[in-house]
Design a protein around this ligand. Structure first.
Ligand SMILES: C[S@@+](CC[C@H](N)C(=O)[O-])C[C@H]1O[C@@H](n2cnc3c(N)ncnc32)[C@H](O)[C@@H]1O
Length: 422
């Protein structure tokens, strides 16, 4: 599979280590055999000559999952940022980019956020790009089933959608569609698609996680060059590792994973160190012994109060979340200590306190909290990605790399299960 692995890396920037080697190879073999090839060299030759085969291979090894307003904090921050920008410089036209846009949910969420914030239609536009041509077509159509609305109340966005002709799907209204230019394109060769265009804000979420460290560096440099000097880059929650911090500085809003470019910075190429056993493998083994494996992959809200009443503990949790989302990190750190006194074995609390400490630069404390969260529930890929990013910041690159691979495998399985819910 060496040639195939190299092909995936050179063509798409993908790393089998990161996307989950066993799962990816299993899928590639199935695809290769279904196409009538039993020799990987012959298969590659066929890939080079067939856009359709190439697309199928790519689709098989990546998970193109997306949904409206995925993660709350980035969109609340976008709302505040765009409102401030428009108030300060009302004559400016805002250019935004969503790459990768998958089936379009993220690009439409961006446009709806700006329209809801009162930015005039004529004052902004969104470019939206994805490598997968079928997804780009779907995005242009703008018709979405209930699965794309998980996590949001559809009624809150009624002004921006129409009932679609069939089923309970909704279609994005023309007013929103007109703000977006969808195009097929590869992040690594954007010039044909974007020409010299640069952006005030770029959403590049849940793409870097699939890439090798070298491809991540290439991608981050490309994104930096596409931002205007005071532009904002939004990354996925699992992508804000130390490599990013060489080139960008956090905007300081916990949970938004928003960054400004550092002045005059260019990322050096990074290499991976030797692998060693991860603490998570140990934690998973330990959890198996304790019979914890098989519990929900998501942190469970054990701070929820009985009978709908809000407990003092839950109130502290909600206050903490609000403080963190609004960027008030020093107070949020103090709140963490209060909350941890009462809920030190709650995975959700440990995770949130980890994020707050990580965002405040307290990396060692954040590591400790993420590790404890994984002891309580070892099936949290989000926590693993955060722990990996924090380990990277502490220079523990080998452990971070291995942990990312484990998290990638786990997340792939979870995304597939979620996608199966369609
Ligand atoms: C998980 S989706 C992310 C969508 C959206 N940004 C989000 O966070 O919900 C990943 C997408 O990356 C796209 N992709 C992968 N490699 C790419 C590349 N080199 N250039 C552009 N898009 C790419 C895939 O087609 C897929 O639709």
């Amino acid at each position: 599979m060496d040639r195939l692995e190299k092909y995936l890396h050179d063509e798409f920037g993908l790393s089998l280590d990161t996307i989950g080697r066993e799962r990816a190879l299993h899928k590639v073999r199935a695809l290769m055999h279904a196409a009538g090839f039993f020799d990987s060299g012959d298969y590659i030759d066929a890939l080079v000559g067939s856009e359709e085969q190439r697309q199928r291979l790519f689709d098989a090894v990546t998970v193109a999952e997306s949904w409206f307003f995925r993660d709350e904090a980035p969109f609340s921050f976008l709302n505040r940022w765009a409102t401030d920008r428009h108030r300060q410089r009302p004559q400016d036209h805002l250019h935004l980019l969503s790459i990768p846009c998958a089936g379009g949910e993220e690009a439409y969420s961006i446009a709806i956020t700006l329209l809801k914030a009162g930015i005039p239609d004529s004052a902004f536009d969104v470019d939206a790009i994805d490598l997968n041509s079928r997804l780009v077509e779907r995005a242009r159509e703008g018709v979405f089933g209930s699965h794309s609305f998980r996590g949001v109340k559809r009624d809150d966005y009624a002004d921006f959608f129409l009932p679609a002709p069939s089923g309970d799907a909704l279609e994005v209204r023309a007013r929103v569609k007109e703000r977006i230019r969808f195009a097929e394109g590869n992040l690594f060769s954007l010039e044909n698609v974007l020409n010299g265009r640069r952006f005030d804000a770029i959403f590049c979420r849940n793409l870097l996680i699939y890439f090798s460290p070298e491809s991540q560096v290439r991608a981050l440099n490309i994104l930096r060059d596409r931002l205007v000097p005071d532009g904002v880059l939004f990354l996925g929650h699992a992508e804000a590792g130390a490599g990013v911090l060489d080139l960008f500085e956090p905007c300081g809003v916990a949970g938004a994973f928003a960054f400004n470019a550092r002045k005059g910075s260019v990322l050096p190429a990074r290499g991976g160190g030797p692998l060693r056993e991860t603490m998570v493998k140990g934690a998973v083994k330990g959890a198996k012994k304790r019979g914890a494996v098989g519990k929900s992959a998501r942190p469970r809200p054990r701070v929820a109060a009985a009978d709908g009443a809000i407990s003092a503990q839950q109130k502290v949790f909600l206050d903490l979340k609000r403080l963190a989302d609004s960027g008030n990190l020093s107070t949020a750190v103090e709140q963490c200590d209060i909350l941890l006194d009462h809920a030190s074995d709650d995975a959700r609390v440990l995770y949130l306190c980890g994020v707050v400490n990580e965002a405040s630069g307290r990396h060692e404390k954040a590591c400790l909290l993420y590790r404890r969260a994984l002891e309580v529930d070892p099936h949290q890929s989000d926590v693993m990605f955060h722990l990996a990013a924090t380990l990277e910041a502490l220079g523990e690159t080998a452990e971070a790399r291995q942990l990312k691979a484990t998290a990638g495998n786990l997340k792939g399985r979870q995304d597939e299960q979620e996608a199966g819910g369609d």
